[in-house]
Design a protein around this ligand. Structure first.
Ligand code: FE
Ligand code: FE
Ligand code: ZN
Length: 302
């Protein structure tokens, strides 16, 4: 299995710091944002420290990682032309950065139609992807399955299939499955993941899944909320999530944790990464209900 988490990329070391962070969690892979996920300020490719990062990855036999485009990119916005134009322009650069860093997968939230309706949103996403994708592009854009919060598009597989249908170079598209989002959009990951995959296969072969976001959910099936929970502490539970990590079909697919940092009572400004603990627990295959308490105690000692 290829198990990791999202990691930061900042400071002088930039991408080298990302690889070091992933290694400190005992991860086999990782996901990074090329800058703050909420904005589009980015460093030059030359300043990302890519060579040193790749050397450290090679030293540890790390081969795959994925990049996540920032949330504010919204190709589905037909109301504000500036938002759409920025999304197209930024996405082109994000593809260049992803390729330069040595990843072939850029995860993208399809977008939100901001009140104009699903058809208009999907048409706009298709138009945008057709402006961005070229036949010689060596990066895949992995459309993420969404929770359906607000006017989000991509909470039904059928919508993702409609995007594929409209995109000329759709061999450059892939899917990123987010388990929390699937649950929140009404796909029963907890009790019937096999059935969920059967529904998926009505539109796509499983080989289209280029990345899995492994998250538990704070909300009930179909809540359309999108609030991630630590593995085993939410409504999906440890067993269903653990079994996904053991599927042969996903043996070579980056599985990325985006679970929340752990805080302590009255200490909202300090938060502790759960990833080293969650990765170890998933690899061991036994749920530890004391995990969160253990993270808090270790934080005391550090
Ligand atoms: Fe995402
Ligand atoms: Fe996600
Ligand atoms: Zn989410």
């Amino acid at each position: 299995m290829l198990l990791g988490s999202h990691v930061g990329m900042s400071g002088k070391e930039m991408m080298l710091a990302s690889v070091k962070e992933a290694l400190s969690y005992g991860a086999d892979t990782f996901m990074l944002y090329t800058g703050a996920p909420q904005n589009t300020r980015r460093k030059e490719i030359a300043d990302l420290n890519i060579e040193a990062a790749q050397a450290l990855m090679a030293e540890h036999g790390m081969k795959k990682f994925v990049v996540h485009a920032p949330y504010i990119i919204n190709l589905a916005n037909t109301v504000n032309a500036e938002t759409y134009d920025l999304a197209v322009m930024f996405l082109k650069k994000e593809i260049e950065r992803t390729a330069a860093m040595g990843s072939d997968t850029l995860v993208l939230h399809p977008g939100s139609h901001v009140g104009e309706g699903e058809d208009s949103g999907i048409a706009s996403i298709v138009k945008g992807l057709n402006e961005v994708l070229t036949p010689d592009c060596n990066v895949h854009i992995a459309l993420e399955t969404m929770a359906g919060k607000g006017s989000e598009i991509g909470n039904r597989f059928e919508q993702l299939a409609r995007i594929y249908d409209g995109v000329k170079w759709n061999d450059k598209l892939r899917i990123c499955m987010d388990t929390c989002h699937l649950n929140d959009s009404g796909y029963d990951v907890k009790n019937d993941f096999e059935g969920v995959l059967k529904q998926f296969e009505r539109y796509f072969p499983l080989s289209q899944i280029a990345c899995i976001h492994l998250n538990d959910s704070k909300n009930e099936l179909g809540a359309a909320k999108d609030r991630h929970e630590n593995i085993g502490f939410g409504t999906i539970g440890f067993d269903a999530l653990h079994s996904i990590t053991r599927m042969n079909e996903f043996a070579d697919t980056p599985i990325i944790l985006e679970t929340p940092y752990v805080t302590r009572e009255g200490e909202k400004d300090r938060a502790f990464s759960p990833y080293r603990y969650e990765i170890a627990m998933l690899k061991k295959g036994i749920f530890d209900p004391e995990l969160i308490e253990m993270i808090r105690k270790d934080a005391d000692r550090a």
